[in-house]
Every structure is written in structure tokens, then in C-alpha cells.
Design a protein around this ligand. Sequence first.
Ligand code: GLY
Length: 399
Amino acid sequence: MKKSLALIALPLLLASCGEKTGKPQGFIAENIDFARQQMGKQIGIIEASGECLNPVKVNTDSTVYYCKYDDWRSGFFPGAVWYLYDLTKDEKYLPLAKKYTEALHEAQTMTAHHDIGFIVMSSYGNGLRLTGNEAYKDAIVRSAQSLCTRFREVPGVIQSWDVRGWQGTRGWECPVIIDNMMNLELLFKATELSGDSTYHKVAVSHANRTLQEHFRPNGSCYHVIDYSIAGGNVRNRQTAQGYSDESIWSRGQAWAIYGFAMAYRCTGDKRYLEQSLKTFDMMRNYKTMAADCVPYWDMDAPDIPNALRDASSAACIAAALYEICTFNVDNPQQYKDYADTIMESLASPAYRAPLGTNGNFLLMHSVGSIPHNNEIDVPLNYADYYFLEALARKKALEE
Ligand code: GLY
């Protein structure tokens, strides 16, 4: 993609202003500086504790919730520290990112849910990308083997959740959630690293069946598709975290946009890119998309415009769009412009926390699951992770 003269000249101009004031100037530099300071406080607390704490969110009593390796969100804080290294090139973050990543080593053999892809690719995956650490290759291949134990041959999908706990109350047999698209990157990477095509084939099978079953004619997706394990047919099309079965749960759309863009990168299958773009077009044109491009938690929430926003969806969509604008698409600048608008919003005082507040997370105002009365209008580590990933992708595009 060609860069305009203004895009090239602006960072130079702003860098020179920075030299005069001593403060980082320009959107990217200022956000990196903020992340360095805010995450520095988080890291300071972790290091002082003498434990390998893994921050996820702020509890209702204002304390920070720390998770164990088996939580689907356990890779995001280590991943955010990798991105902090990536963005600053400050080597002091390397041993920290390595330590927080390797604290998750037990996750590699986990077969109890599908989220091993989120966990391992945000931590070990970024570590491999940035350091080439050979041991991380083994961790990724071992984790892909664990994820493949959840592949169900007849429907041709990876089962997202076991049907116990609250999932056991819904009458499901083989629930697959749109989020599962994100876990396929682990499988594509494992084939690239090992030469064993099994992982790639499982990922393609899952992506193809998801393409066939998860989407509505307008490009929006269901959250949960329940399959028959023996027959392979669809038993139910429902939601778990959205407002209703037929509503448009925003984070689900974000997983679809990002997940199918990633699947296109890993396979070159144009249908995946088309689906990613179709879902994004639906979101940006939907009657309830907010002017600042940070979606309501569900685009069909009945209390819009008073409904809560979900910064995590916005951050994930921005990260995806910065990748999409590097593909061979019509008018790539439109995707970058939209991502830039999201980033301007997220970095504004409406969403970015004042320094030293918000449990030392970067972004405020995300929603975990309103139907479960859980994580409502809180900071979440995955919103921060995708914000930093988007910032790194924006930086790479502009520099
Ligand atoms: N993958 C779980 C969520 O998006 O909340």
C-alpha cells in the first residue's frame, strides 16, 4: 500500500516536537508512553508480590482479579507485556514477558475447553514472533495437539465447551461458539512449525463449517451453534452472552471479523476474507453503531442509546482492520481510517483510564457477560491486549 506524503512526514514532525518538550508527542508515542507507565504500575505490583500474578479485570469490590493458567484470559497479560516490548524495544520487558508466559506451561496439555488457542498464541505465540525461542515452538505444537482432541469428525468442528456447569443446563450436545475462530491460529501455526498438515486440516474444516452455519444473510453471526456429534446436523442456533438468540452480540462479531481475516492470512481462501468484510460492513452500517465506532455490547440491546459500550469489541475490530488494510482489498484506506477512528475513541478520556486508576488497566468500559451478570462495564485484560496489538499494527503501517 502506498503511504501519502502526509503520513510519512507527520511522524517526523511530531518526533521533533517531542525533542523540544521532552514529552512523547503524536498519537502512537503518547499511547506507548501511557502503556509503559500504566502497565509499569501493574508490573510493579506483581513483582512486589513475589508471585506470578496474572491480572484479568477489576472486581466489584475494586480489587484486581488474577487468574490461573486454565482461564481463557490467562494469555492476555503476558501477551500485553510482549507487545509493550514490541512497541518500546525496551529489553527490560523481555525477562518479564518470558516469566509471565512460562508460568502458563501447564496450559499446553489442557483439553477441557477450546480456549487454549487464545491462551497460547497471545503468550507463547508473541514470544516466538519476537524472540524465536525454540522451546516456544514445541509449546505451540503440543497445545495444537491438545486442541485437536476436541475435534468432532462428523460435524467437522472443534467443540468449544463441554456440557457441564451452566453450559450443561442449555440442552446442548456439541456447542461451538464464534469465538472459536480465534483459536484456529494455533493450529495454522502448528502446521507451519511442524510440517504436520493435520492441524491445518482441522482448522480448515472448522472454519468451513462455521462459514456455512454461523452467519445470517445480513453478515451478522450467531454466538452458539449446537451440533449433533453423531449426525453432524445443527441442533440449535442460540446465544450465551448476547441479548437474545437473534441479536447481534458485538464481541461475537469482532471474533468473526478478526478470526476470518486471520484464517484468510493463513490459507489464502478468499471466502474467509469476504466473510470478514461482510460482517464488518454489517457492523459499520448497522443502525445502532455509535458515532465513535465503539459498539454497544449488543447492537440490538433494548436500551440503546443508554446501553453499555464494549471497548473490547472495538479494540479487537481495530486490530483486525489494521491487518485487513494490508490485504488486496478495494480501497484499503477505508479500513485503516475506521480503525484509526476506533483508536482515537479508545485513547480518549471517554475510554482510556487516568494514570494509576482502573486497577492499572489501560481501557475502561468493557462488558464480559450481561446475561451472566458478570463483568459489566469493567476493564478487561483482553481489551488492553487488542488495543496494544492494534497500536503495534498501526505503528508498523505508519512507519
Ligand atoms: N471468549 C469469551 C468472550 O468473548 O467473552
